[in-house]
Design a protein around this ligand. Structure first.
Ligand code: ZN
Length: 211
């Protein structure tokens, strides 16, 4: 059995939404439904998957503003981020209007996530790590068996998340990456919220923000 992944960049910000599925029982989840619910549900249908949940890394509009539209068409639980990002989710009507996104309503997830929570897609388990700094409630999802980290806007190829938004904290971000992500195996594949994939080993060696 294998975990499959399709990366689907959404919104003008080209945010990497991911469709993850277990290719044996066809259970699937979508991460960071930033927009374009039609396209995301189209991918679910194309692979004949059973969508079980939406997982959210953090409350920024390009990661969450397609959720209301998607769950109106297909009711699935929304898991994450950590509750410290509630102020971002409640601000969605203003934030989406300010950025010229389709205006969406405030969002309250089905369940907030905590450091150490375990989520599953079919037979595959992901551990939740709470890594504040880009936003205070940012979480990431790690599957040891699949050497895969869904990193949102914490860590990018040779870069890190911005910390200049309200609630951002550079020190917390660096601390969280060093203590929670750089302790993962070097061959861990990292799917960031934007841009190319990388690995933990590559970032330890080449990320200029983490020397
Ligand atoms: Zn963000």
């Amino acid at each position: 059995m294998a975990l499959q992944m399709q990366i689907i960049p959404v919104t003008p910000f080209q945010q990497n939404a991911a469709l993850l599925w277990d290719d044996v029982n066809k259970d699937a989840v979508l991460t960071d439904v930033g927009g374009e619910a039609d396209r995301l549900l189209g991918a679910v249908a194309k692979h004949q998957l059973k969508l079980q949940a939406i997982w959210l890394t953090h409350g920024h509009l390009d990661h969450v503003s397609g959720v209301a539209d998607l769950i109106a068409r297909q009711a699935v639980p929304v898991l994450g981020p950590n509750q410290a990002d509630d102020y971002w989710l409640q601000a969605l009507p203003e934030v989406t209007a300010n950025y010229g996104f389709p205006v969406c309503q405030a969002l309250t997830p089905t369940r907030w996530l905590q450091d150490g929570d375990e989520l599953t897609v079919g037979e595959h388990t992901f551990i939740v790590y709470h890594v504040p700094g880009h936003t205070p409630g940012h979480v990431v999802f790690y599957s040891q068996a699949n050497s895969l980290l869904i990193a949102g806007d914490v860590l990018f190829r040779e870069s890190i998340g911005r910390t200049d938004f309200p609630g951002g904290n550079h020190h917390d971000l660096i601390q969280g990456i060093q203590s929670k992500l750089f302790t993962l195996p070097d061959d861990t594949r990292v799917l960031s919220g934007h841009g190319f994939m990388t690995t933990i080993g590559h970032e330890k060696a080449h990320n200029p923000f983490l020397r």
